[in-house]
Write a protein of this length. Sequence first.
Length: 277
Amino acid sequence: MKPHFKTIILSDIHLGIRNSRVKEVVAFLSAHKCDTLILNGDIIDGWQLKKSGEWKKKHTAFFRIIMKYMHKYNTKVIYLRGNHDDFLDEILPFSFGQFIIKRHHILHSGSKKYYVVHGDIFDSITTNLKWLARLGDVGYTFLLWLNRHYNQYRLRRGMSYYSLSQVVKAKVKSAVSFISDYEEQLCEVAKANDCDGVICGHIHQAADKQIENIHYLNSGDWVETMSALVETQEGEWKILYYNDWAAQQQPTATPKHDELEMYAAPALLLESLTPQF
């Protein structure tokens, strides 16, 4: 029987870039179900698609599994806009049955309220200096390329996955300071909106911590660490890492071939949406 969560939150999948771990996220979703699925920004990487990215059947398979969640499990799907899918700005908000696209969301978890947002608006570089953010994106893309080839080398030698960028973030003082400031700003936003916690993504750094009296949660990403936030039916929050989860699974947990075939083009999906008033 598939584990049934109250809420699953994913962010920073970056569909369209070579480093997106879309097969892994489809495998993860295929093995679970939930009442509410929140896609917390940077699901589609519009920046890369405009430059040199590519859209393949495996990327569209992600939307097929989303449709399956809605139709088979009656899951409510909430897609929150991120900076890499900022092409959604001009059409927000939208609603199509159980599928909603908007900027932020208030999530009720037991007696608590969580302010859910991608988080890019609290990144001054992304917000005010987009050219610098795009330049940084080039460097990050190179780091991901290096990370991929390094881990292929480790895999051939039976070694475990190792995230280069996570090590860089932990070692570089300015990165540590940025992450700390980012977390504090988001906690202030939660307070301003009379919420008990905040749930975000954007910085590719999964976290579950208490900052003063605010519960700070970050869903991480699906290009490096492959992490998801899940809320149990009892209201407990957990971070699940794909590599840890996959190591505990039987081979049958791998998605069937038909789940990796094309379901519907993203353009058709967007065309089917109607405004939410």
